[in-house]
Design a protein around this ligand. Sequence first.
Ligand code: NAP
Length: 272
Amino acid sequence: MPRLAVLGYPVSHSRSPAMHTAALAELGLGEEWSYEAIEVAPDAFEARVRAMPGEGFAGANVTVPHKGAALSLADELSETAREIGAANTLVFPHDGESGKAGEVVVRAENTDAEGFLRSLPGSPAGKRALVLGAGGAARAIVWTLLREGAEVEVWNRTELRSQHLCEELGGETVAAPAQTAYEMIVNTTLVGLGGEDPFAELPLVADAFAPAQTVVDMVYGGEPTALLRAAATAGATTVDGIEILVQQGALSLEAWTGRPAPLETMRAAARG
Ligand code: NAP
């Protein structure tokens, strides 16, 4: 009975248990596999993860605020997770008999980057992109966009953080972005999560989006965010946080089970 989980603090808002439980059922694995939400505080995170292989867990998703810690404690890192500096997926490749010298018990991956890329309507190669934010999600987005050949500018409320991010990963910081100059705009900040007005907190104007733009909001909730509503009104192409959640979750599921993920089922479950 392999177990799976999402680890976060808090975690009760997560759509991952509903999405993965539906996916496991669709794959005919619902009787064997299970997926649960585990709330774990930062100071208890490492001990919790270390205990999981011995408790029958095959893997876990990791969400705020543990993505950096997940990277630090892993025995083995994917190249992507190492370069981004954060992991959202843990794989426990062994059956819990840990302790042998050199044994890989915890492998860390990052599926946020590829999940984001798969959620886009087309390749970002050659596109001029504005990334808003410089936290963990921004790191994955900036890394992917640069790797795919986009021209990336990063705005953050705390400019020092965007400067550090660009020094490490590439891209240019921008203090006052010209909204119409970008073919792609990606919100990776927390703005909108608690109902904040994006046009008060971010350097964007509600009626200055253009039809040729792709606007992505990593924030997800039950309704389209105010940011995506304004972009859609202007005729821009929009991508919401649920689609990114589905795509990153699908890649995690494939890493754990080795089976192709049922995207439509996951989408329906994540959208509730
Ligand atoms: P994080 O590391 O805590 O970073 C938070 C970012 O938000 C920072 O850049 C911070 O700026 C900015 N911010 C917070 N409040 C702000 C405000 N009032 N005005 C302007 N900027 C503000 O968080 P994270 O892990 O990157 O996650 C960010 C968001 O992405 C969350 O909503 C998360 O749920 C979402 N996300 C979604 C998916 C998905 O699958 N859809 C995956 C990953 C993340 P400062 O540096 O100035 O504090």
